[in-house]
Structures are given as structure tokens and as C-alpha cells.
Design a protein. Structure first.
Length: 548
């Protein structure tokens, strides 16, 4: 009995300490206080796991509950990602951006493949004039101007002096050519090819200056020069390879004859000179000449105000479009969510909020609520404008840079734009985390952003692969494809993010789960304790005279 009284007094002390008031007094000293208290506690805490199950089961139940919440969050994330995927890059993006092959700025690489970003440069190439335009006076024809240039004349003079002094090295054969040989000064990259090079026209370089570069002038035997003609060095080397066996057979045939005509003698001389040609030397000097011309074109064009101005102008334009896409995306997403919320409410509770409301009054009220929700997102839209402009500006510059080496497809331009936007967000998240966010949490968030960008790029690629199959449906098929791919991309993005959370590379989710379980345990223990104290206070102080 002494132990029972001690426990009772202890519970009474705790009750007073926690502010509980006694609501019932039992005057019978024979009542089993402990039994009555246990019965009351079981009644009041029958739904509490801590009161009815062991610790392991309790923790398992909490973990199961957290997992259920995580699945619910995954479903909500799927809905959100689907909406974003449809509304932004695959929705608004298709309306705002007119992505095209090769991007928005002309590059030397692109124009050489026939891809022009502007009609101005395309027309400039088409109006370049012929290399040997017979409609012009001889002195004004490009062909004659090139061969009358002071640099070309000086080259011929140097070749003549070397031939007199012991010989000049044949650039294509590697042997000495003396006064006994007829030697020409060849344009390695032919003057006609140079004139017709779209890269030269884009760079606004004169044919005379490009053709008569030191690296593009090579002394060689006249027979070799005339056989090469307007062929490129690679074309000439390939031609020599393909005709080698026939040439050697003809040489053998002519040499085996006891006598040959003058014409056959000239043919034999020409074939023997061609046989001296070193194919590796032809290719090497061709690469050197082409590199020299390209360096000249690149330096002149890519440092010109025309290129820089066009790049900056198009980047500002693309940045503005991207800013608008991001801002409109946020507002439209909220508009769609708010509209569906009103539709659900109208379906559940009726369109009219009150019986005496008219249809127009109810419509006005619902539209006002939608407008208020959209308006509440203006700050987010404002931040999106800034981030969108920066990423759009940078993505256009990256596209221009890529196009200096390779022609980008229209959908690759979209991938670059969305990728730069995601990379910008990821870097911002990692380098400038919000207050209270650890480095591990920031890295985890950045990883999810990059993963989402990769999935979005995959969605854009999938859309491109499926595009030929919906062409027959017209514009409707194009937009239907965008919606379907957008939904698939949204689901894939949410699932990818979920898998990243399960992998938990930075340990943040395991830590969060431990903290979540700990919090639930504390809440359960606190609630159980409060209910137990509440149950104990239904009894008053026992009247035990012998203890007074």
C-alpha cells in the first residue's frame, strides 16, 4: 500500500505542476486507486501506439507512415512536373521560340554547309559574282586580278631566281626543279575555290588576299599543276590514288615501245611527273593552306562588329523570350491549378456558392479567386524574369559557340536553352543556398535540378524522334505530341527525383527520416504522457487518516 500511495502522490505532484485540476474525489479508502487509474488510461489512450504496442512496432509504424507520405509527395510531384513540362519548354517554349537549324547567328562552319541564320548573308553569297565573269572587262575579272596581284608576281620572281641558283623544291614531289623544267606557282586552295568559299564571303575577305597568302602559294611542275586544276588537295590526292594503276600500266606500255610519237612523248613526260607526286606532301600542304585561310577568316569575322553585334542582339532577344517563358510559366501554372481547384469545388459543392447567388455572381466570385491566386505569384514571376533572361542570354551564346564547330539541330538549340537554365539554377542553389540549408542539402537539390534537365532533354529528343509520325495530323498532331511527351517527361522527372532521394548520395534524406521518426516518437510520448496525467486527475486525494 505504501508504494501505491507514493505513486499516487507523485502523479498528483506532476498533475499540479502541469496545471491539471482535480474534478472528482473518491472518499472511499478501500477503492483500488491503481486499478481505476489503469482502466481510465487504457480507455483514453486506446488509439495511441505507445500505450498498446512495443517500441519496435511503433517505430515500424512511424516509418510506414512516413513512406506513405513520401508516396503521396511523389504523386503530387508527378502532377506538378507534368504541368510544368507541358506549360513551359514543351508548351510556351514552342510558341515563343522559333528554333531553327544552326541557331540565330551565322557562323563560318554553318554557311559552308549551306545553313544560314539570316537572309542577308545568304543573299550576299549568292551575289558574290563569278570567278571568271565574261560579262566584265578582263581587268575586272577576279581570275585575272588574282594572278596580277603583286604577291603572286613576287612569288614567281622568287621561283625563277631559285631555279637559276640550283633549283626550287617542288612542293608536291619534293624534288628539285631547275631551268630545264617548266614550273608553275600553284594556288594550293585554288583561286576559284577560294572565291566560292562561303566562309570567305561571310568574313568579307577579298579573294585576292585569301588566295595569295604565302601558305597558299606552292611551286610545282607544270604537268602536276595543270592536272590538279581546280581540285582541292584532298580531291587531287584521291584522284592520283585511284588512277595509279592505270597510270603505271600506261607508263610501262609507252616505255616498252621502240618508238613513240611526239604526242605520246608528251603524255609519257606528264605521267612520269605525276608519278613523282608525293600524296602525303599534297595533303600536308593542303591542310597548312586551309588552316592559314581559316585563321584569317576566323580572326576577321569573329572579331568583327557584325558578328559581335549580331551575337549580342540575338542573345538579348533570346534572353527576353526565356524570361517571358519562365514568368508566364509560373503564372500559367498557378492559373491552371486555381482553375482546377474551382472546378473540383464546383463539382463537389455546386457552382453557386449560395442559393440566392446568380450564375454571373458565382462566376465572378470564382474568377476573382483564380485571379487572386495568380496575382499572389507576381514576386515569383519577377524572380523568374531575371533568371530566365540570364539563362536565355547565356544559352544563345553557348549555341553560337557550338555552331562555330558543328551545326546544331533545331531541337538541340532547345536542349541547350533548357540545359543552361537548369545549370544556372543548380549553380545558384549550390553556391548561394538559402539560410539554414546545409552544403549537403544544397548539393542534393542541385543534383535533382540537373537530373530533371537531363530528363527534359530526353523528352525533347523523344519529341523530335516522334515528330515524323505525326506530321500527317497537321498542327493538331504537333501540339498533341507536345502534350503527350510533356506528360511522360513530367512523370519521368518525378520518378527520377524519387530515385535520387532513395539513393541519398549526400545522406540528407536518411538524416531527415531519422529526425522525422524522432519527432513522431516525441510527439507520441508527449501525447501519451499528457493523456495519462489527464486520466490520473479524475480522482481526488484519497482520505487516508492513518497517514495524516
Amino acid at each position: 500500500m505504501n508504494d501505491t500511495v507514493k505513486r499516487f502522490k507523485k502523479r498528483k505532484h506532476l498533475a499540479k505542476k502541469n496545471g491539471h485540476t482535480t474534478v472528482f474525489r473518491d472518499n472511499s479508502a478501500e477503492v483500488s486507486v491503481s486499478a481505476m487509474l489503469s482502466s481510465a488510461m487504457l480507455d483514453m489512450t486506446e488509439n495511441l501506439p505507445a500505450a498498446t504496442i512495443d517500441a519496435d512496432t511503433l517505430v515500424a509504424n512511424i516509418n510506414e507512415h512516413l513512406s506513405s507520405e513520401k508516396i503521396d509527395a511523389l504523386i503530387a510531384s508527378c502532377q506538378r512536373e507534368c504541368l510544368e513540362a507541358v506549360v513551359r519548354p514543351l508548351g510556351i517554349g514552342k510558341v515563343l521560340f522559333d528554333d531553327k537549324l544552326g541557331g540565330n547567328v551565322d557562323t563560318i562552319h554553318n554557311v559552308r554547309t549551306g545553313v544560314y541564320a539570316t537572309n542577308r548573308e545568304k543573299l550576299a553569297y549568292e551575289n558574290r559574282g563569278g570567278y571568271d565573269d565574261k560579262s566584265k572587262p578582263p581587268k575586272e575579272r577576279t581570275k585575272n586580278i588574282v594572278h596580277q596581284d603583286a604577291r603572286y608576281i613576287e612569288g614567281n620572281r622568287v621561283i625563277s631566281e631559285k631555279r637559276k641558283d640550283g633549283g626550287v623544291s617542288d612542293s608536291y614531289a619534293g624534288v628539285k626543279r631547275t631551268l630545264e623544267d617548266r614550273v608553275d606557282q600553284d594556288h594550293v586552295i585554288s583561286a576559284k575555290q577560294t572565291h566560292d568559299d562561303p566562309g570567305r564571303v561571310l568574313a568579307e575577305e577579298k579573294t585576292t588576299d585569301a588566295a595569295n597568302l604565302k601558305e597558299n602559294l606552292a611551286p610545282t611542275d607544270r604537268s602536276i599543276n595543270r592536272s590538279k586544276g581546280a581540285k582541292t588537295p584532298e580531291e587531287f590526292a584521291s584522284w592520283l590514288e585511284n588512277t595509279a594503276q592505270d597510270r603505271r600500266n600506261r607508263i610501262t606500255n609507252l616505255r616498252s615501245r621502240s618508238s613513240i610519237s611526239d604526242k605520246e612523248q608528251k603524255e609519257l613526260h606528264k605521267l612520269e611527273k605525276l608519278e613523282q607526286t608525293n600524296l602525303s606532301m599534297v595533303r600536308k600542304i593542303g591542310d597548312t593552306a586551309q588552316k592559314s585561310q581559316d585563321e584569317r577568316y576566323n580572326k576577321k569575322y569573329y572579331t568583327s562588329t557584325k558578328f559581335v553585334g549580331s551575337s549580342v542582339k540575338s542573345s538579348i532577344k533570346e534572353g527576353s523570350k526565356m524570361a517571358l517563358q519562365q514568368a508566364l510559366g509560373i503564372l500559367m501554372e498557378e492559373f491552371v491549378r486555381a482553375t482546377f481547384a474551382e472546378i473540383r469545388d464546383a463539382w463537389k459543392n455546386g457552382f453557386k456558392g449560395k442559393v440566392d447567388d446568380s450564375f454571373l455572381d458565382a462566376l465572378k466570385e470564382r474568377l476573382t479567386r483564380v485571379a487572386n491566386r495568380v496575382q499572389s505569384k507576381w514576386k515569383d514571376a519577377a524572380f523568374a524574369l531575371k533568371d530566365g533572361f540570364i539563362s536565355g542570354f547565356l544559352s544563345n551564346l553557348v549555341t553560337v559557340l557550338i555552331n562555330t564547330f558543328a551545326t546544331t539541330a533545331a531541337r538541340l538549340v532547345r536542349m541547350v536553352r533548357e540545359g543552361i537554365m537548369s545549370l544556372y539554377r543548380a549553380m545558384t542553389t549550390l553556391l548561394f543556398p538559402e539560410e539554414g540549408v546545409s552544403t549537403a542539402q544544397a548539393a542534393d537539390a542541385a543534383l535533382k535540378i540537373i537530373a530533371a534537365a537531363l530528363v527534359t532533354s530526353g523528352g525533347i529528343a523523344l519529341e523530335g524522334a516522334m515528330d515524323p509520325y505525326v506530321k500527317g495530323f497537321g498542327p493538331l498532331g504537333d501540339y498533341a505530341l507536345s502534350i503527350v511527351v510533356g506528360l511522360a517527361t513530367g512523370v519521368a522527372t518525378a520518378c527520377t527525383i524519387y530515385m535520387i532521394e532513395e539513393l541519398d548520395l549526400f545522406g540528407v534524406h536518411a538524416k531527415a527520416r531519422i529526425e522525422g521518426v524522432s519527432q513522431r516518437l516525441n510527439e507520441t510520448i508527449t501525447l501519451s504522457y499528457e493523456k495519462a496525467i489527464g486520466a490520473s486527475t479524475v480522482f481526488g486525494d484519497p482520505e487516508l487518516p492513518h497517514l495524516a
